[in-house]
Design a protein around this ligand. Structure first.
Ligand SMILES: [Zn+2]
Ligand SMILES: [Zn+2]
Length: 332
């Protein structure tokens, strides 16, 4: 397997694509649709003595443009099927209904979070301005948890781990060192920072709980090594899942203390207390993250949101945080 480094400066930075040579040359993730990333990808394939036309399968971890952007043109050039989880298939395909549905949820959430007019216009401009990075329409082959895809000289097993995105999936395989399973994990876990939950895919219901369940499953799978969508390989994926869950427990404590100190308020104000002033994509990610935690606290009975209009009131200033945010056990 060859790791191809993509110099994306638009989103989280420094994406990875992975190329699996062999009987069925396969690419895992495709990078954002910009000229420099297009060049990075071609150079990476060339370094592995291949070209785009050789690809027989393209596998995407999730719909975000920094992972799916170039899929359409790679498919046009190679004729390769593009596999992505069914929950993200519509958006990757460019289906107008799927895209309109995501937009309407976005508008509803922005109302609920009470994002003021200025920042709201800024983030909407930002999102619309980056639409072309998503690339063209793709003929998608949807996959589900447990499906197996022939790739390289072996196969990839789909492991659905939603949270950061509704369809986010890892692809598990037997490691080259014969020492157990490894996986391409997209943005399920990242080595340096915590993947955004709540703002990165507004279609996810109960985003924090959904993500914590995925972290628990990932810890339980106890992969030998994980190959993330950004930055370097993760040598203890279960340990990393645990650290990220702990981070969310601390953040839940902070959200409770914000409500305790400042009284009932909305997701935008909680976000301001947590993250300060925001610009660009962070206007989406900040209140999204605050919302994910508030929504979880409401479901657990710690916070009430009686009018359903985005106002949150603390009911219990001293809840059991260990119970609210379960940190997975690790075996090592
Ligand atoms: Zn992502
Ligand atoms: Zn990403």
């Amino acid at each position: 397997m060859e790791r191809i480094r993509l110099g994306n400066t638009v989103f989280e930075g420094r994406n990875n694509a992975y190329f699996l040579p062999g009987d069925r040359p396969t690419l895992v993730d495709a990078g954002v649709a910009t000229d420099s990333v297009r060049r990075d990808l071609r150079e990476g394939l060339a370094a592995a003595d291949h070209e785009v036309a050789d690809l027989e399968a393209i596998v995407l971890t999730h719909w975000h443009a920094d992972h799916a952007g170039l899929a359409a043109e790679l498919q046009a050039e190679s004729g390769a099927p593009v596999y992505v989880h069914a929950d993200d298939a519509g958006i990757v395909a460019g289906d107008p209904d799927a895209i309109a549905a995501e937009r309407s949820i976005r508008e509803r959430r922005f109302d609920e979070w009470r994002i003021p007019g200025g920042p709201r216009a800024e983030v909407t401009d930002y999102l619309d301005g980056h639409d072309d990075l998503r690339g063209g329409r793709v003929d998608v082959t949807p996959v589900e948890d447990g499906d197996r895809i022939a790739a390289g000289d072996g196969e990839l097993e789909v492991v659905h781990l939603p949270g950061h995105a509704a369809g986010l999936s890892a692809f598990a395989f037997d490691g080259e060192r014969g020492a157990g399973r490894e996986a391409y994990v997209g943005d399920v876990i990242l080595p340096k920072y915590t993947p955004n939950v709540g703002g990165a895919d507004l279609r996810v219901d109960r985003p924090l709980e959904t993500y914590l369940d995925s972290l628990a499953r990932l810890a339980d799978l106890d992969f030998e090594r994980a190959w993330p969508g950004h930055r370097d390989p993760i040598s203890d994926p279960a340990g990393r899942a645990r650290v990220i869950a702990e981070h969310h427990r601390e953040r839940t404590e902070r959200v409770v203390s914000v409500l305790d100190e400042h009284g009932p308020t909305d997701a935008w104000t909680v976000s301001a207390h947590l993250f300060g002033d925001l610009s660009g994509i962070h206007i989406l990610h900040g209140p999204g993250e605050a919302f994910a935690h508030l929504d979880h606290l409401v479901a657990e009975g710690v916070v009430s949101s009686p009018d359903g209009e985005g106002r949150y009131e603390l009911l219990d200033a001293d809840p059991d945080f260990d119970e609210l945010v379960a940190v997975p056990e690790t075996k090592r």
